[in-house]
Design a protein around this ligand. Structure first.
Ligand code: GLC
Length: 744
């Protein structure tokens, strides 16, 4: 088929980085300063800039100090960055060693994992993605930057932008789910939020898109496991969020632990140089993941640590986190010609350029302000935003007989291992969050109920033991109540790094607790607090109402109460598919049709003989306390030609009695192409707020870029043919219309 090759990079705006390279006088000034400094540096000092260690600190609080072993490295210019040194006083102290005791007084870069908040902990990133509100999440990242920078942090190892299609993988909690568009928009929003208007701002936090690349594609959902995907899947599913982060101006990337098709990312020149720098024009620097350079020996592509160091730096890894590979071997590798000096110099330039861009040479102590640290951490306005993000992130999965919202004048039974829990509401990677900061669900509901109603509490069971001794008490409080709220789910560290699960069921005996309470006849509301999709089919029939609250952060209890009592009408939508069984995994909405798509009554089709092939809840799904109706789906023309942009319009109406928000989603399908295409792909969405009875005509512009894909030759093309447009409130319940693209 004649395919129209759209040189999309020319059709679309040039990447901002390349524009900056051509015309930015500020960049030239920085480069001049970098080159001047570079010319003064010894080989050892150059290598030192590429070395990062987790700071070895003795003492705590105001008495914390860098241990002598690391202080010596600073004085001798053999380390350029520390991670996990946190606190304005400590970091000022460490920085002063560099600024007063080292030869060239090159400022240190302090990095830390500020993933979803620093001290004010927001919902986990998967929850933030459930808001489908990038602008809101940008604000959350901005708050995180304000707090972390006041504690002397310059650099966060975030956003984590890995697409995840397998909920067994614990790190699905840290990303934005299964979709490249939603993931890209969230990645860019977080980069803008962290980095602010200018990196020289004292409250700017250098961002780091990670884990480059395709870390979420681990076989079996087992962390650190092999990733073996096609170039097309890499390009169309896993890479877009990293590219979006680069286009948003992210200052650094972190390479991933995994291999892709035989090549570990820490030694993958095609990924780290050809694509990242050649195609995307990225001009920041790349840091390895923790020890990942050294792990290339275990991968079996380096026989020694020195060989791993040479492979990494010549592939494009600029800074070595914690492997000691650069610290121990890079000087000798350059001296013996195994690593060209210009390769070393270019990596050093990237790191120094970043430090200049951060303003560290003008103010090495930027942001690190003990007084400000005390003032901004957990500031009321930060908690207020955390509550707003939390309630907007929650997804109403079921609400039979409109059980929710519940009245405040009854007796409510509050049961479950996460009902009066603090630490686990913070979720994985909770930075400097503290359990004492958390508003529990019990506190949130007691506060909301006030004197109007009464709350009876029983834990019922633990999160993951087989102890059923609390069941009788739980049943007893349920019998005295008009409704039972069961807060169930996972412990914080049951998701996140090294937390893959072979089962997606509620851990322990929580499912049994639901059945025991439901057997009393009291209506049951299940509130889930978890870091991944769970298979909750076993409790689905016992619970007329189910709210997905994820790990909701410091304000989780208030946010849950806001929704349960109707202060806020839930508007979250799933960024990941909820399977019926772990046996269906991987299960994602933008799948291929296959030659034998599943047909319920057709034996020889692609399905399971023991379970319904469809998900329990589809991507994009979420209910509201009101209802919405779609009508008048139209497209401006049934035929389009190259360069045309079409407008797709639909009317959404709030057919209920209370205000609500709907996420109108637009999906496209290329029906026939030179390679197989997904049955649908999210191409745009709009969250609209509507009063009862109100309606809005929503217009989407369909551009050539939305139709493009990688053809047999891996060129990005748009091919003529029929395209189906799907519009609706999730990836399943959709209205459709078609148009034909005729090419030039
Ligand atoms: C960890 C994680 C990475 C994190 C880094 C520093 O192993 O993979 O996400 O940023 O080490 O803590």
């Amino acid at each position: 088929m004649r395919s129209l090759i759209l040189l999309l990079a020319t059709v679309l705006c040039l990447s901002p980085t390349s524009a900056r390279q051509q015309t930015d006088p500020r960049r030239d000034a920085v480069d001049h300063r970098v080159d001047s400094l570079l010319s003064l540096m010894t080989l050892e000092e150059k290598v030192g800039q590429l070395v990062q260690y987790a700071a070895k600190v003795q003492g705590r609080g105001d008495t914390a100090r860098l241990q002598e072993e690391h202080a010596l490295l600073v004085r001798s210019g053999k380390v350029g960055s520390f991670l996990n040194a946190v606190g304005a006083s400590l970091n000022r102290d460490i920085q002063s060693i560099a600024m007063t005791r080292s030869r060239l007084k090159i400022p240190l870069l302090f990095g830390y994992d500020v993933i979803h908040g620093f001290r004010t902990v927001f919902p986990i990133p998967l929850a933030e993605a459930s808001t489908w509100e990038p602008d809101l999440i940008q604000k959350a990242a901005r708050v995180a930057a304000i707090e972390a920078s006041s504690a002397g942090i310059h650099w966060t190892f975030a956003p984590m932008v890995d697409i995840a299609r397998d909920p067994r993988w614990g790190r699905i909690a840290e990303g934005s789910g299964e979709d490249p568009l939603l993931g890209s928009l969230m990645a860019a929003a977080r980069v803008r939020g962290f980095q602010g208007e200018s990196l020289t701002q004292t409250d700017a936090l250098l961002a780091c898109a990670k884990h480059y690349a395709a870390y979420g594609g681990a076989e079996g959902g087992r962390d650190y496991n092999t990733v073996d995907i096609s170039e097309r899947t890499l390009r169309e599913v896993y890479l877009p969020p990293y590219e979006a982060a680069v286009r948003a101006g992210v200052g650094t990337l972190m390479c991933s632990f995994n291999e892709i098709a035989g090549v570990p990312s820490s030694g993958n020149r095609r990924l780290l140089t050809d694509i990242l720098r050649g195609e995307w024009k990225f001009d920041g620097f790349v840091v390895s993941d923790w020890g990942s350079i050294g792990e290339m020996q275990r991968h079996g592509v380096a026989g020694t640590l020195a060989q791993a160091a040479a492979l990494a730096i010549t592939s494009g890894v600029d800074m070595d986190m914690e492997a000691g590979a650069y610290h121990e071997h890079l000087v000798e590798l350059v001296r013996t010609g195994k690593v060209p000096p210009q390769v070393l110099d270019e990596s050093v330039r990237r790191v120094l350029r970043t430090k200049f861009r951060l303003g560290l040479f003008d103010d090495p102590y930027r942001g690190a302000d003990p007084a400000r640290e005390k003032k901004v951490l957990l500031a009321p306005e930060h908690r207020k935003l955390a509550r707003e993000v939390a309630r907007r992130s929650m997804v109403l999965l079921k609400n039979s007989r409109a059980l929710l919202p519940i009245a405040k004048n009854g007796t409510v039974a509050l049961i479950g291992p996460l009902a009066d829990n603090r630490e686990d509401l913070l979720g994985c990677w909770s930075g400097r969050g503290r359990g004492e900061d958390v508003v529990t669900v019990r506190e949130g509901m007691e506060h909301a109920l006030g004197r109007a109603g009464s709350l009876l509490y029983a834990r019922g069971c633990t999160i993951d033991t087989a102890d059923r001794s609390g069941f009788p008490e739980a049943v007893e409080v349920a019998r005295k109540a008009s409704v039972a709220i069961l807060v169930l789910g996972e412990a914080a560290l049951m998701s996140g790094e090294a937390a893959s699960r072979s089962s997606l069921a509620l851990p322990g005996v929580q499912e049994e607790l639901v059945r025991a309470v439901a057997a009393t006849g009291v209506p049951v509301v299940v509130v889930l607090m978890n870091g991944r999709p769970l298979t909750i089919g076993n409790i689905e029939e016992s619970a007329p109402a189910i709210l997905e609250a994820w790990a909701p952060g410091v304000e989780g209890g208030n946010a849950v109460a806001d929704i349960l009592f109707g202060e806020y009408n839930p508007s979250g939508r799933l960024p990941v598919t909820f399977p019926r069984s772990v046996g269906q995994v991987p299960l994602y909405y933008n799948h291929k049709n296959t030659g034998r798509p599943p047909q319920a009554n057709e034996r020889f089709t692609s399905k399971y003989i023991d379970i319904d092939i469809t998900p329990l809840y589809p991507f994009g799904f979420g209910l509201s306390y009101t209802t919405f109706e779609y009508s008048g789906l139209s497209v401006t023309a049934p035929v389009a030609r190259v360069g045309d942009s079409l407008t797709v319009s639909v009317t959404v109406r709030n057919t209920g009695k209370i205000p609500g928000e709907e996420v109108v989603q637009l999906y496209l399908q290329d029906v026939v192409a030179s390679v197989t295409r997904p049955v649908r792909e999210l191409k745009a969405f709009r969250k609209v707020a509507l009063p009862p009875g109100g309606e809005q005509r929503v217009d989407f512009t369909v551009t050539p870029e939305m139709l493009a894909f990688y053809n047999l030759s891996m060129q990005r093309v748009v091919e003529p043919g029929q395209f189906n447009i799907y519009v609706g409130g999730n990836a399943r319940d959709l209205q459709s219309i078609s148009f034909r693209f005729d090419g030039p």
